[in-house]
Design a protein around this ligand. Structure first.
Ligand SMILES: Nc1ncnc2c1ncn2[C@@H]1O[C@H](COP(=O)(O)OP(=O)(O)OP(=O)(O)O)[C@@H](O)[C@H]1O
Ligand SMILES: [Mg+2]
Length: 225
């Protein structure tokens, strides 16, 4: 199993006046090469669940096994390495650095890995080609269209060939044409072997034919239909 949570709880600010239990006893299994849509109201715990799966922090209690490793007692340093190798993130605002070129935005995750500039470029060019943004390679990323920015964000999430892609409300700022295009790219990535989890309220996402499972989260608890 690629992703397995067992009685996972996440408490922010534990034992402080502002303590929040964002996830309660969550158990879930996600197999290789599946697409999951995560739904829930604002504050229900979607981003927290993605952060645990994304190895941003370990759970407060319970077990989380992600791409073959147990997070629970993993030191921060190893968590960071495991995250870089296993997880590609796509954020709502895409987190593009506007002054950097498209190429440099895409290769950013490779910087700490000691990969040569030539090898970084070769990898990025393959992705830019696949995502039809090669003609924007040297543009500052702040000077391209919204749809192009989205594809830069996708390329960046794929650059290290991570098996798991996490997307947090990726279509929130896109029109329906770009949202449909986004889902087509995700569907192709699933076919190519990736496992994809998308937190989204958008019916263009949840009703997409490539979605294998919808998980509902309410007040930090899962409701799997
Ligand atoms: N860093 C943090 N410190 C303290 N509490 C937090 C932190 N991040 C989130 N929370 C709280 O944890 C709960 C779950 O938040 P989370 O961001 O996971 O929800 P969400 O479902 O992603 O919401 P949204 O749809 O608004 O993005 C909320 O009550 C939130 O206020
Ligand atoms: Mg959120």
């Amino acid at each position: 199993m690629l992703i397995e949570l067992e009685n996972t709880t996440k408490i922010y600010n534990q034992r402080k006046p502002n303590e929040v239990t964002a996830l309660h006893d969550v158990s879930l299994q996600i197999e290789d090469q599946t697409m999951v849509c995560l739904q829930g109201a604002s504050g229900s715990g979607k981003s927290t669940l993605l952060a645990i799966i994304g190895c941003v922090f370990p759970p407060t209690s319970g077990r989380a096994s992600i791409a073959g490793k147990q997070l629970s007692r993993m030191p921060d340093r190893f968590l960071t390495i495991h995250r870089r190798e296993s997880i590609g993130f796509i954020f709502q605002q895409f987190n593009i650095l506007p002054r950097l070129s498209v190429l440099d935005n895409i290769t950013l995750p490779l910087m700490p890995l000691g990969i040569s500039p030539g090898a970084r470029k070769t990898r990025a060019r393959k992705l830019m080609d696949r995502l039809s943004i090669s003609h924007r390679e040297n543009f500052p990323a702040g000077q391209i269209s919204g749809g192009e920015m989205q594809r830069v964000a996708i390329a960046r999430a794929l650059i290290n060939n991570q098996p798991i892609i996490l997307a947090d409300e990726p279509t929130a700022h896109l029109d329906s044409r770009l949202s449909t295009e986004f889902m087509q790219i995700m569907a192709d990535l699933k076919t190519a072997g990736k496992t994809i989890i998308i937190a989204s309220h958008d019916t263009l996402v949840s009703k997409h034919h490539a979605v294998d499972k919808i998980i509902n989260i309410r007040d930090g608890r899962l409701h799997v239909p």
